[in-house]
Design a protein around this ligand. Structure first.
Ligand code: GDP
Ligand code: MG
Length: 699
């Protein structure tokens, strides 16, 4: 079998690289990260004619080879490093027929690296409407390349593209621009010093300061006996390069492209006027957000309940058909619920990304950024942070995954770090039960205190997120250039294939990225709650039966007592007792300690755990509330859940990072354990301090 052809898809943002990538690879794609950084790496396999296969990489969008962001660096480093296993046999530059001039700048730069470079002109379906016509033969001749005029939307020209890739060896590698045109003496000297190196490549190394192979800028300076010029001189030469390139492009397009401008852009400008309007723009965006938010809540509720039931019955069923024992318990109480804890997130993730993909694809997201950027940037966030922050109120997992649309790494990281402060739906059961317990039922101006408290908790969550973003922005020293939105893309009907692939890819990356960690921690928590050392745990059944022998309890009550006795003496129970001295100043006892530890699996587990400890059969809120209300503080003898301890607990849940799934997804999205660890430590300490102050002050 012959070697695979390495193909790199390169192009300005929004030219349709990903659409071309999808058209070529279909479902044969995988998404990962470039080593050490968080730029997404998409690769896939394409079957070409005559049994040839191509390995295709969808590179991040870049305007030119003059790198200004992490994403653009990826492109340069790949193109300059022949040793890279992904080094392209052929570079496919994807351009958009409506922005050919700007797109060709990058094309000429890549061609000058003397890699076979193919030009794809995408969105051919829009030529008629825009009055554009092209003389492809003329363009091919003067750009010294082969051109595929395609439309991924109408599925036109893809086969021709595949043919051109297969025959990549026929493509000329003559450069477009002779580098000496920029500054004759300078480049002649450079050539003398490095007779065997490609001149344009040396030039990029000097101006870009990128690492590739052996030759570094310092070495070049050492070998050439003249200085490589000052920074300002280099900048001036770079500008000169750009001017020369545009002269070349203009000359080619003057003959190769005709645009009949009488065809208007009226619809677009009308839509823009409304969607970015000072009032209507925000209102429409807000309405869209509400719809998304409602959908994540309501629509995913049904499949989520279904998944919940299925996994519960699966556990039940496993217990019934397998012989009882440690393995069955591991399966029924550890692994199956753990898997359920992964699958349960899928509906929310799928719905959120369905919406986001449609917003991105249609071109609307760029207007949102334009609208929200000014406000959000004051807090170190991006216009696009609005979507994660709002959807964080449903669940932080899909919200954090949604930050991938934020190009600027610092803004994205800050959004990831603060999103868990927004009140997610898992906190709701905890809030409801504690509010019911400690907040009086009265009303203030017709509004119930309980409802006000709940609303206050949501506001606190959102406020903390914004304030911490502001602080992080000031504290964190991360250089990351703001993505400059050069222009707004046109409005388009979303491509179904792109939307579907986004949804599938996000779901897959959650399951295989964060899912593993979630499953592992579920099993550990199960183990800690199901096993314990010593007589008290292992002989729980006899101990409880003897203790209650005189009371004549029915079988169900006895079983509940046994379960709660076991939990008390399990490893988790022992840990709960061990941390009691630390949490007593917050107004909690060891039972709440157990519930706090086990709600690390998911916050809503809090209620279930307390139910077991107080040995209530059902999780019906009323009975638990009654039991909780009756619970006595072992020291004061008064009620355990007072106004002070209740508020303290509410605040603790508002701030603490008690969600392994969130930590797992942060690890996946930042590609390091550093950030989730910091989140866990800082948020927990902060929660502790706030809860401590609240309790001591109110008590
Ligand atoms: P990328 O940023 O270069 O990866 O571009 P995408 O593949 O994400 O596409 C950007 C936008 O162009 C999306 O809204 C696509 O639906 C749209 N698009 C892609 N190909 C075509 C096409 O052939 N015709 C039209 N009209 N739109 C397209
Ligand atoms: Mg893309």
């Amino acid at each position: 079998m012959s070697k695979q052809i390495n193909v790199a898809l390169i192009g300005n943002p929004n030219t349709g690289k990903t659409s071309v990538f999808n058209a070529l690879t279909g479902l044969n794609q995988k998404v990962g990260n470039y080593p050490g950084i968080t730029v997404e790496k998409k690769e896939g396999i394409c079957k070409l004619p005559r049994g040839v296969k191509a390995h295709i990489i969808d590179l991040p969008g870049t305007y030119s080879l003059n790198a200004s962001s992490l994403d653009e660096n990826v492109v340069i480093e790949l193109l300059l490093n022949k040793k890279d296993k992904d080094f392209p046999d052929i570079a496919v530059v994807v351009s958009d027929v409506e922005n050919l001039k700007r797109n060709l700048l990058l094309f000429t730069q890549i061609k000058d690296l003397e890699i076979p470079t193919l030009l794809v002109i995408n969105m051919a379906d829009r030529m008629d409407r825009k009055g554009i016509s092209l003389d492809i033969d003329y363009l091919e001749e003067h750009l010294q390349t082969k051109i595929a005029l395609i439309s991924t939307r109408k599925n036109i020209g893809i086969d021709k593209l595949k043919n051109l890739i297969t025959n990549y060896k026929d493509i000329s590698i003559t450069p477009c621009l002779n580098a000496s045109q920029i500054d004759k003496t300078y480049f002649d000297n450079l050539r003398k010093a490095f007779p065997n190196q490609l001149l344009y490549k040396l030039w990029l190394v000097i101006t870009q300061d990128v690492n590739f192979g052996k030759t570094s800028r310092k070495e070049i300076e050492a070998v050439t006996n003249f200085k490589t010029k000052s920074k300002t001189d280099l900048k001036r030469l770079q500008q000169k390069e750009t001017i020369k390139r545009y002269q070349f492009i203009n000359n080619v397009l003057k003959v190769g492209q005709t645009i009949d401008t009488s065809q208007a852009k009226d619809l677009r400008s009308k839509l823009d006027r409304i969607l970015t309007h000072k009032v209507w723009g925000y209102l429409i965006f807000f309405a869209i957000l509400l719809t998304i938010f409602q959908a994540i809540y309501d629509w995913s509720g049904i499949p989520m309940d279904f998944i919940d039931t299925v996994f519960a019955s699966l556990s039940e069923w496993t217990k019934n058909i397998l012989p009882s024992g440690a393995f069955t318990n591991l399966l029924a109480e550890g692994i199956i619920p753990g898997l359920g804890g992964i699958v349960i997130f899928i509906p929310q993730i799928a719905f959120l990304f369905l919406f986001i993909a449609v917003l991105e694809e249609s071109g609307y997201m760029s207007r949102v950024v334009f609208l929200m950027d000014r406000i959000m940037r004051r807090f170190g966030l991006s216009g696009k942070s609005v979507v994660p922050l709002i959807s964080g109120t449903a669940c932080a997992i899909p919200a954090i995954m949604a930050t991938r649309n934020i190009e600027n790494w610092k803004e994205r990281l800050i959004t990831i770090l603060v999103t868990p402060f927004t009140t997610c739906s898992a906190r709701l059961p905890v809030y409801l039960i504690i509010i019911k317990l400690v907040i009086p039922e009265g009303r203030l101006l017709g509004l119930s205190y309980q409802a006000l408290t709940l609303m206050l908790l949501y506001l606190i969550g959102f406020g903390t997120a914004v304030v911490s973003a502001y602080i992080l922005d000031k504290v964190m020293k991360i250089k990351s250039k703001t993505y400059f939105v050069v222009e707004m893309p046109n409005y388009k009907l979303p491509l179904f294939k792109n939307v579907a692939l986004t949804v599938i890819e996000k779901t897959k990356s959650f399951i295989f990225g964060a899912g593993k960690i979630i499953l592992a921690i579920s099993i550990i928590l199960w183990f800690l709650a199901s096993y314990g050392p010593g007589e008290q745990f292992n002989n729980a059944e006899n101990i409880v039966k003897t203790e209650y022998a005189s009371q004549n309890l029915n079988e169900e009550n006895i079983q509940q007592k046994i379960a709660s006795h076991k939990l008390e003496h399990s490893f988790i129970g022992i840990t709960g007792r061990a941390i009691e001295p630390a949490i007593r100043p917050l107004g909690y006892d060891w039972k709440i300690g157990i519930a706090i530890i086990s709600s690390f699996a998911a916050r809503e587990v809090f209620v279930g755990t307390l139910a077991t400890i107080y040995s209530v059969g059902s999780e019906d809120v009323d009975t638990i509330t009654n039991k909780m209300a009756a619970e006595k503080n072992p020291i004061t003898g008064g009620a355990l859940f007072t106004f002070a301890s209740g508020i303290s607990l509410l605040l603790f849940y508002a701030f603490a990072m008690q969600c392994m799934s969130t930590l797992a997804i942060v690890k996946r999205e930042t590609n390091s354990w550093k950030w989730p660890t910091l989140q866990l430590v800082i948020m927990t300490i902060f929660a502790y301090i706030v809860a401590l102050i609240a309790f001591q002050f109110l008590n």
